[in-house]
Design a protein around this ligand. Structure first.
Ligand code: BES
Ligand code: ZN
Length: 634
């Protein structure tokens, strides 16, 4: 007898085009993994019983009510004997569920768990292997994936704006589906919005925009199976400008020129990425520069990367962000972590790939500087976590797993160092050939740590026990801390800056002339190497010499504010306040509030006062983190 898993895997190869109202079209269905290590503990879905293979959304955006609602029609692939399908639901208001013939289906919403939502169990009864159900629903007004911006929160100040952030498990707040990275789905969406707003999504535009009087309808589709966290939407007064034949950028009209200038190398990046690890398989690579409340630096939504405007420095020095999100088109979107314990497969491999793109475009000097910055950050995080902390492994064990687990940056930086270490030991040509076959052989499929480890052993190490010993693969993936064979950054990368920082630290003057010539990476290195304790007079002199209060690069400005606030430097408070009111990117906002909260009776009242005014402007991703820091909420 064939196992259920085998049956479902077999179904994945079926390609037939018949269609009846009950039976959805049988297009490509991605396989699912059924091994224990692939299990996603953050989903309620039981894909081995019944799984969603396609999502069809017909939704209206309601900017007055700050909600979205309509119908989600799901194609299901069911195992023999299946009588129910379980979806993930966080706060959805469901009015009706029907089958392919329009008959009502009973459903229940189970016990809700904080941050995860509840299982939505729909009784589908016995029936065909493939069928279709339709869910009529509205997302809750506070749906965590979505941020509805008032006109004042945009650059244009005239129109409202909406954007979504799905990763890791937020899409269940606005889409009723199986919200697990191991359950890939194709999708299509028809979205209506009031004029003059334009809707964009993480898929390709279908047909012409429909004119509905005071509203318009936009249709997008993704015909390759993707993890559902990658379904994304943005709507606002936005315009598009082409970069290359398959690349371009969206932004508010007021931001478009700066956005276009900063993203101008993107087509070259796609060419470089393809040369490294194979064809770009998603058609277009467009970007949207969002208003500054976007909680991340970037998000790799397929065909449409979402970006913070804080990467716009005027000189493209922070466009490693684009290289990063682009690299996810392979590591993450093509080959996807099957669950959130293995996020390093997305973020670590991508951070390595990002650096290779930077090297290809701008040369080894900038690449080695950025790698050295990342290495130093990793060392800091490892030291903070302490030895043997299980959260510093690449594969996060079940005890610390979960969509928000792990020490943020460790999986990024340590994952990149792991890849660089393997590259150095086996040699670049051999490493590149291996990584390319990994992407090719697992394209459009989920993957786990155990799988990449087995693949490296089979396709990179082979029958070479001495090489296996030198690589220390198991230790890299499963043990905390930094393995002894880690390749260290090139000490030459920052020789000059480090010498300047050391001289300044031992009483020398501020290296004003050198600073003027330094790159962004060099300036960030200098800021990181400064003595942490400074007097008000020293900070004043530093600010005067380097013009830090007028800094236009938000990464450098952030580094300055961190240093200033940690030293209770009063003159920097108004600037910190302005920054926290302007920017909602969690990577900047959370550490600044953390610093203030660490400054006792000086910083804590300040943090509470500032947060009371800035909190309403932040996305839920940022408020969830900062609430814990400032409001001490769990
Ligand atoms: N995919 C991540 C963002 C993310 C990770 C969202 C985990 C939710 C859960 C994105 O690619 C990312 O890593 N962004 C970084 C970019 C940086 C490393 C260049 C960011 O936002 O800072
Ligand atoms: Zn990433």
């Amino acid at each position: 007898m064939r196992s259920l898993a085998a049956l479902l895997l077999l179904a994945s190869t079926a390609a037939c085009t018949t269609m009846t109202p009950d039976a959805p079209p049988q297009t490509m269905v991605a396989p699912i993994l059924t091994s224990t290590d692939a299990r996603d503990t953050a989903t309620y879905a039981r894909p081995e019983v019944a799984r969603v293979t396609h999502v069809d959304l017909d939704l209206a955006l309601d900017f007055a009510a700050k909600t979205v609602g309509g119908t989600a029609t799901l194609d299901l692939l069911t195992a023999p004997g299946a009588t129910e399908v379980v979806l993930d639901d966080r706060g959805l208001q469901i009015s009706r569920v029907t089958d392919g013939g329009g008959a009502e289906l009973p459903f229940t919403v189970g016990q809700s768990v904080e941050g995860r939502g509840a299982p939505l169990t729909i009784a589908i009864g016995p029936g065909a292997e493939r069928r279709r159900i339709a869910i009529q629903y509205t997302a809750a007004p506070g749906a965590e994936a979505l941020q509805w911006l008032a006109p004042e929160q945009t650059a244009g100040k005239a129109q409202p704006f909406l954007f979504s952030q799905g990763q890791a498990i937020l899409n269940r707040t606005w889409i009723p589906t199986q919200d697990s990275p191991g359950i890939r789905q194709t999708w299509r969406a028809r979205i209506t919005a009031p004029k003059p707003l334009t809707v964009v999504m993480s898929g390709l535009k279908q047909g012409e925009t429909e004119d509905l009087g005071d509203r318009r309808a936009f249709t997008y589709a993704m015909n390759k199976p993707v993890a559902p966290y990658l379904i994304a939407i943005a709507a606002g007064d936005i315009a598009f400008r082409e970069i290359g034949p398959r690349t371009g950028v969206w932004a508010e009209p007021a931001t478009l020129a700066a956005a276009h200038h900063e993203t101008a190398d993107t087509e070259k990046m796609v060419v470089a990425a393809e040369k490294l690890y194979g064809p770009y398989r998603w058609g277009r690579y467009d970007m949207i520069v969002l208003p500054p409340s976007f909680p991340y630096g970037g998000m790799e939504n397929p065909t449409l990367t979402f970006l913070t405007p804080t990467f716009i420095a005027g000189d493209r020095s922070l466009n490693g962000l684009i290289a990063h999100e682009l690299a996810h088109s392979w590591s993450g979107n093509l080959v996807t972590n099957a669950n959130w314990s293995d996020s390093w497969l997305n973020e670590g491999v991508t951070s390595y790939f990002e650096n290779r793109i930077i090297e290809a475009l701008y040369g080894p000097r900038r690449a080695s500087q950025e790698a050295a910055l990342s290495f130093a950050e990793m060392e800091g995080e490892l030291a903070k976590a302490g030895p043997d902390n299980p959260e510093t492994a690449l594969h996060l064990p079940d005890s610390v797993a979960g969509p928000d687990a792990g020490l943020g940056g460790v999986i990024y930086d340590k994952g990149a160092v792991f890849m660089r270490t393997v590259e150095t030991i086996v040699g670049r040509p051999r490493f590149d050939a291996w990584l390319r076959q990994w992407f090719d052989n697992h394209a459009f499929q989920p993957a786990t740590s155990a799988m990449i480890l087995a693949d490296m052993k089979a396709n990179l190490v082979g029958n070479d026990p001495a090489l296996a010993q030198r690589l220390m693969l198991d230790e890299w993936i499963y043990q905390p801390g930094l393995p002894a064979n880690a390749v260290r950054p090139n000490p030459a990368a920052f020789a000059e800056v480090d010498a300047a920082a050391a001289a300044y630290g031992t009483g020398g003057g501020v290296p004003q002339a050198a600073w003027a010539k330094w790159t962004t990476a060099e300036r960030l290195r200098f800021m990181a190497k400064l003595p942490r304790e400074r007097t008000a007079a020293q900070l004043g002199a530093l600010d005067q010499a380097l013009g830090l209060s007028n800094e236009g690069n938000d990464e450098v400005l952030f580094a300055w504010l961190q240093l200033a606030l940690a030293n209770r430097y009063e003159p920097a408070v108004p600037l910190a306040e302005q920054f926290l009111a302007r920017v909602g990117r969690r990577k900047f906002v959370a550490p600044l509030f953390e610093t203030l909260m660490g400054e006792g009776e000086w910083g804590q009242p300040l943090a509470r006062r500032i947060y009371a005014t800035t909190r309403p402007g932040y996305h839920a991703v940022t408020t969830v983190t900062v609430d814990k820091l400032v409001l001490k909420k769990d």
